[in-house]
Design a protein around this ligand. Structure first.
Ligand SMILES: [Zn+2]
Length: 640
């Protein structure tokens, strides 16, 4: 058992265990804190009655003593793995003591600490602040969390907390008032509620920030485990009653999801689980994990429209998996004691990457995607990564390490820059690990066993158990002895031009291309996103002709097509996705190039793209001479 005393902000730890939600203190923490009294409960009262008018008001009372006081606005958000606490939308900040206003200053280097001098005689500092809500735009903005009929309270947006203590030791007493007639849902334990005013039970700062509250005029609760001791539910909020009408078969799939997750992990680390699912076109799209809930925000028709449903089928399986992988088990570098200390993202290929693989698998096992749809999903993912221009200069490991900047990079130039590829590429790596275990053990063991032992473990309350790379390697060796260190490092540090497809070929499948549309690309054509021509001329194009990306080395790029331009015409006809598809299909029949007329910041250019392979879409095909491991992996474990 090794304590982690020594850092200024001492981690509440027992060996690699870190208890959140402040129910047990350990000797090493108290030893470091013995000269300093623990701060008493901080009261926070959030008035969200003007949420529809885009502003939240909060009043805090922070127990303290006279002298210098440093308060932090949360900076490093655990689920974002980034220093992106939206401090730019903090407003109206005022402090007082003994009824008089007192001045404050912001740190001159780091914008998140605030300093106040607490006058003699004061025992607490009341603070008032506002948080300004925004609307969804082209860039990531966590302030876009409310509409005229609903909002999601992310507590980090309205809290300040004193420096010098781990978040697991600071207690808050929260209250919330929502607009008249609105209903609220959260995993945060409630002490009492009278119509729109909710008083929560006292909680540690960790739990508070880990427990968003969804509130709205149009809501619906869908129990997923009715009659069982352990409650799981989908809490829907939408801008209209119409959006709450979900096909019963889809609800059945989500019930399957809970059963399949239980079969996979065979334990849980929550007291109850809430999918806080917000259906709105006026809120930022999001999937954000927590121990006992997830904050999932999708378009209004995401569950009723079959294309939208197919594209997002793995969202809830992914966020649910995070309760085990990411929340219960977390890389050491991402388990910081408060929200101020920087995080290290180098193991995000496990935290997010393995979760993406398991989200894909659980979506198939629960029926949210058919096996055919899952194969199409994996084919598109594999094709995209196999054409990633940036993979020869930036390793996958580096995309993990650089996550805190890559999350905020634009969609344009993604192929050359690389984005957060540790999500999709880890699907291929963990698939290969899964297939390898099955082969090594003659089918007796699989990655499911690793999930059960490493991510499941014993039943606990919401706690964090940290790990490092060596722990992952050791746990894999427990399941099937192999050189797992080399296996992972070779794939993580590779600068090979091609994606690791060994899991597909080893699993009995082959990535191939033909002119049959890929089901995922077809579904995306019915949404506002870009249409994927990666495997033909090498561009991603929106319905209005905007070139979102052009892939170096592929035909369009070679003839000068670049992102941040717009295609006006194809072979002399006004641009549309249909015209581009027609030109690609006809490219096989003659030797003439495809002529693209493009607007480049107002200057019109003509580009002759030499391409003659017709429409070309990625698919998986069976290699009948090899064992079908993929089918085994995707099969339900529970009778449905
Ligand atoms: Zn995730």
């Amino acid at each position: 058992m090794t304590g982690l005393c020594g850092s200024k902000l001492t981690r509440l730890s027992i060996g690699s265990w870190r208890l959140v939600f402040g129910m047990a203190f350990v000797a090493c923490v108290l030893a470091s804190a013995q000269t300093k009294q623990l701060p008493g409960p901080i009261s926070i009262s959030v008035d969200a009655t003007e949420a529809a008018q885009k502003v939240l008001h909060a009043e805090l009372s922070i127990p303290t003593k006279p002298g210098a006081l440093t308060l932090y606005y949360p900076k490093w958000m655990p689920a974002d793995h980034s220093p992106d606490g939206p401090i730019w939308n903090l407003a109206g900040l005022q402090f007082s003591a003994a009824g008089k206003s007192i001045p404050w200053s912001q740190d001159d280097v780091d914008m998140y600490p605030f300093h106040v001098d607490v006058p003699q005689g004061a025992t607490s500092v009341p603070a008032k602040l506002a948080f300004l809500l925004s609307a969804p735009g082209p860039s990531v903005d966590f302030s876009a969390s409310g509409t005229a009929r609903l909002f999601v309270l992310m507590w980090n947006q309205v809290v300040l907390y004193p420096s010098g203590w781990p978040a697991s030791q600071i207690t808050f007493q929260p209250k919330l008032t929502v607009p008249k007639g609105w209903t609220s849902h959260t995993a945060l334990p409630i002490a009492e509620q009278s119509s729109e005013a909710i008083t929560f039970k006292p909680v540690t700062l960790d739990l508070l920030i880990d427990s968003p509250v969804q509130s709205g005029a149009y809501t619906r609760v869908i129990p997923l485990t009715p009659g069982e001791n352990l409650s799981h539910e989908i809490d829907l909020a939408a801008d209209s009653d119409l959006a709450l009408d979900i096909p019963p078969a889809v609800i059945g799939n989500y019930k399957n999801l809970v059963k399949e997750a239980q079969a996979l992990y065979q334990s849980h680390h929550y007291r109850e689980y809430h999918f806080l699912l917000t259906l709105s076109d006026n809120i930022m799209g999001l999937g954000q994990e927590h121990h006992e809930s997830s904050d999932d925000r999708v378009p209004a028709n995401a569950l009723s429209d079959s294309n939208q449903r197919l594209l997002r089928a793995d969202l809830l399986p992914h966020e649910f998996t995070h309760s085990w992988n990411g929340q219960y088990r977390r890389p050491e570098g991402l388990a910081t004691p408060d929200f101020q200390q920087p995080m290290k993202g180098e193991l995000l290929w496990v935290y997010e990457g393995l979760t993406t693989y398991l989200g894909t698998v659980l979506a198939a096992r629960s029926g949210l995607r058919s096996t055919e749809q899952t194969c199409e999903h994996i084919a598109l993912l594999a094709s995209t990564l196999d054409h990633r221009a940036g993979r020869t200069w930036r390793s996958l490991e580096n995309t993990s390490r650089a996550a805190q900047i890559l999350y905020f990079s634009p969609s344009e130039w993604t192929s050359y820059r690389r984005g957060t590829d540790f999500y999709p590429e880890s699907v291929l790596i963990w698939l290969e690990a899964d297939v390898t275990i099955r082969k090594l053990s003659d089918g007796r063991r699989s990655l499911d066993d690793f999930c059960r032992t490493f991510l499941g473990g014993s039943e606990t309350m919401p706690v964090i158990k940290t790990y490092n790379f060596d722990d992952v390697v050791a746990a894999m060796n427990e399941i099937a002895p192999y050189d797992w260190r080399r296996f992972f490092l070779e794939r993580l540090q590779s600068v090979d031009a091609h994606a690791p497809l060994g899991g597909l070929t080893g699993g009995g499948w082959q990535l191939t291309y033909n002119d049959e549309p890929n089901l995922m690309i077809t579904a995306s054509q019915a949404t506002p996103g870009a249409v994927d021509y990666t495997s033909s001329i090498g561009v991603l194009v929106k319905a209005d002709g905007t070139v979102q990306d052009a892939i170096p080395g592929l035909p369009a790029y070679q003839r000068g097509v670049r992102p941040y331009t717009r295609i006006l015409a194809v072979n002399g006809r006004q641009f549309s996705i249909e015209e581009l598809n027609k030109a690609l299909a006809e490219s096989k029949k003659h030797a003439a190039p495809i002529v693209l007329l493009i607007s480049n910041a107002g200057f019109v250019e003509s580009h002759e793209v030499e391409y003659h392979d017709g429409l070309r879409y990625p698919h998986l095909v069976r290699n009948e001479s090899a064992h079908d491991y993929l089918d085994e992996i995707l099969k339900p474990r529970v009778a449905q």
